[in-house]
Design a protein around this ligand. Structure first.
Ligand code: NI
Length: 137
């Protein structure tokens, strides 16, 4: 197998079972190809993050809007960083919980810093920062 390297690895049984279930759901019959996809995806994200050029990112937040001042805090943060916030989408999930997806643009370092700051706001139940590709004007 020219250009290929065979590796072996050790992984927890329940983790590989979940991975295989995920492959089945996503119609990925080949375990090696599924691993390669994950590695490529991580490498691309890493490359985007190390670029020193204006890029995009998203922050996904789930929070209970009854929790003290969290909605106000998010609005204030968005205004303070209006140059970075391109758009946000708010969905009322149920009587308590809100889902907010915020699209950002800026330098990769400041995107991560702001994203992690938002996720760290007290009352955020779930938060995820996703680095995106360079931003073309
Ligand atoms: Ni809401």
């Amino acid at each position: 197998m020219a250009g290929l390297e065979r590796i072996s690895m050790t992984i927890e049984k329940d983790l590989i079972e979940k991975f295989d279930e995920m492959r089945t759901r996503n119609n990925l019959p080949n375990r090696s190809e599924a691993f390669r996809d994950l590695i490529r995806q991580r490498l691309v994200e890493e490359e985007w993050e190390q670029n020193s050029i204006e890029s995009v990112a998203t922050v996904t937040l789930v929070y209970d809007h009854h929790k003290k001042e969290i909605s106000d805090k998010l609005v204030t943060e968005a205004h303070h960083h209006h140059g970075m916030v391109m758009a946000s989408m708010h969905i009322h999930l149920d009587a308590h919980n809100c889902l907010e997806v915020i699209a950002l643009k800026g330098m990769p370092e400041e995107l991560r810093e702001f994203g992690e700051h938002l996720i760290g706001i007290k009352g955020v139940l779930h938060g995820k920062f996703v680095m995106g590709p360079p931003f073309s004007k």
